[in-house]
Structures are given as structure tokens and as C-alpha cells.
Ligand binder design. Sequence first.
Ligand code: NAP
Ligand code: G4F
Length: 339
Amino acid sequence: MKIALITGITGQDGYFLTKLLLEKNYEIHGIVRRNSQNSLGNLDYLTNSEKEKLNIHWGDITDNLFMDSIIKKIKPDEVYHLAAQSFVGFSFENPKFTYDVNIGGTLNVVNAVKEYSSDSKVYFAATSELFGKVQEIPQKETTSFYPRSPYGVSKLAGFWTIKNYRESYDLFMSNGILFNHESEMRGPEFVTRKITLSVAKISKGIQECLELGNLDAKRDWGYAKDYVEGMWKILQHDEADDFVLSTNETYTVRNFVELAFKFAGINIMWEGCGINEVGKDSKSGKILVKVNPAFFRPAEVELLIGDHSKAKSILGWEPKTKFEELVEIMVKKDLERIN
Ligand code: NAP
Ligand code: G4F
């Protein structure tokens, strides 16, 4: 039985990766930060029998003594390092905290592996935010990086730490440069889930309006369940390397809003421009979407569109879920939850 350690197991990807590795019969260890409710986050959506199979270790990746002792004790075959302060908007307000977790925490993970379990394979959750102000369209492994936020800069340090440890100490450490991937388990502050939750509430009459920032930002949005399969494939490959995982399609926030309302039976009509633009219910004329500059970012990533051909040819990985299906899954689940 293979042993896996997942940092960030309570997050969106942690949930789907746990389900995948349970299916593959792994012994799973997960790191969970202590919180006052003893909450296991998204893991609470697992069945009791799934939960009973997990080995939870309470601790924080910024604690190097904790990371050393865990790695020394478990000696995992595979480490999926997903834990991070992952919200770009928050990173502008809390850059130091973001650097401490995303850079310091990553260093603790890889250094513990180097010192105490050098046969472990490590997956690092890098990101399309590395491309930021894009230098090439579409973005692939060879595209130059230009991060646009403290989050992006912190992940760039993580990316190079992985590469540097791989080259310096002959360790199996790989970067997954993943484009946005969403799901019904996505945190409510990310734009996709914010939209689908609001659409569900608005359609049930318990929310008046959805306030958003930049409606024209373009993202390459896939389904998280498909992407954790790619993470696993990256660690099954016979050599450590860096891979882009993406859908190779891009849509605006505005497209996401229109489609999400459509799945709730509402047709959105846009009027006005800039911060005065509004989205109205085409039947009733009621304003359902407004622009609120509080959600603009000091520096924006305007366009992301990936090229996953390396992952396709080397790993045989391809996303299965199309944009429309993703939006439908998320809206349906939020309608179900609100009901
Ligand atoms: P997420 O839902 O925000 O999950 C982040 C996880 O990290 C949570 O389990 C969180 O625990 C944990 N964590 C944060 N700080 C920690 C600390 N100091 N010690 C221990 N655990 C800590 O993120 P996600 O969407 O699953 O993404 C997983 C990873 O992929 C992240 O590194 C993210 O930056 C990266 N990524 C995500 C995407 C995407 O589109 N989803 C794309 C590219 C890269 P709590 O539950 O206690 O907060
Ligand atoms: O959903 P977002 O907050 O995701 P963002 O910034 O693309 O970051 C996510 O994907 C990255 C991969 O590229 C990950 F590395 C990262 O951890 C995270 O998972 O914002 C998406 C876009 C942005 O352009 C933002 O300005 O939506 C725009 N937006 C417009 N109104 C909004 C809002 N974003 C949020 N969160 N809230 C709004 O009201």
C-alpha cells in the first residue's frame, strides 16, 4: 500500500485528491491546522467510512519542527503539497502572511523531505498566476513568468525552490502549473463560487443582488476533479518535471455570470458601462448584478489561457469537463444546498 501525505487536505483540491487516492487504496495522511471548532473543512463532506480511513495530523506548515517530525515518522511515498494562502485578493492586504505560509511553509516541506525522507516524491501546487501579465498566448511551460500579486510572487519562489532542490540534491520534486480549477467545494470568496452561491440565493429570493469587480477578466476554468488526476499522474511519471494543466479555453467573468443565471432560469441583460454597468433580469428589469470597485485588485491578471499539450503527450492527461458542464454542476449543487 502506497503512503501519501497531503498538506492542505481540507481545501477544495485536498477533498478531491483524498477521494481519488482512497479509490486507489493509498494510506492517506493529511495535515490540518488547529481551529476552535475542530473542523475538518471540506473533509466533512466525505462519508464516515471514508473519514475513518484518514490519518489526520494537527499542525501548521510554517512550523518546521512539526514538518520535520511528520515527514520523519511517516516517510511518505508521495507528498502532495497543496497547503497555501491561496486567495489572490487577500494577498494584497496580507503580503507578509502570504509569504510566510507560501514561501516559508514550502521551504519547511521540501527541506524536511531532503533531510528525513529523500525517496519521497513531492508535488508542488504551482499556478497560472506565475504568468500574470502574460508574455505569450497561450501560456505553456516555456512561457516567461510575470507575477502580478504577492500570491503570484510567493508561488514563484515555491516553483523555483522545487526546481532548485530537484537539481541540487537529486530529489523527485515536480511543479504542477495549474490553471484555475473550480467545483462545488470551492471556497465562497473565489469568483466562480461567489457567483453560483449568489445565483442560487437570488433565484430563491434570499439575496437581492450580486456585487463583483472586474467583469472582463478572462480565465481558463476547469473542474477540480479532473485536475487532481493530473497531480497524481505527475507523480507517477518516471522523472520529476514541470507540467501545465489547463483546458486551453478562456472565458470572461461576465460569461460565467450569464451562464450561471441561465442555469437558474434567468436571462441577464447588460446596461451601462464601467463602474455603472449593471446586469438586469431581462423579464422583470430588476438589477441583479452590480460593479463594486472594492473588488478590483491593485494589479490584475487580465487574461489566462493555457496549453496542456506537454501533459497530454507525456502523461496522457486531458481535462474531461467542459466549461458549460462546470457551471451547471456548481449552480445545481448550490441550488440544492440552498433548498
Ligand atoms: P484552498 O481551498 O484555499 O485550500 C488551501 C488549503 O491549505 C486548506 O486546506 C488550508 O487549510 C491549507 N492551509 C493554509 N495555510 C496553511 C498552513 N499554514 N498550514 C497548514 N495548512 C494550511 O485551495 P485549493 O483551491 O484547494 O488549492 C490547492 C493549492 O493549489 C493551493 O496551494 C493553491 O494556491 C494552488 N492552486 C489552486 C488553483 C485553483 O484554481 N484552485 C490553481 C492553481 C494553484 P484551512 O482549511 O485551515 O484554511
Ligand atoms: O476567483 P478569483 O479570486 O481567482 P484568481 O485570482 O484567478 O486565483 C485563483 O486561481 C489561481 C490560478 O490562476 C490560483 F493560483 C489561486 O490560488 C486561485 O485559486 O478571481 C478570478 C478573476 C480575477 O480576475 C478577479 O479580479 O475574477 C475577478 N473578479 C471579479 N469580481 C473577482 C470578483 N474575484 C473575486 N474573488 N471576487 C469578485 O467579486
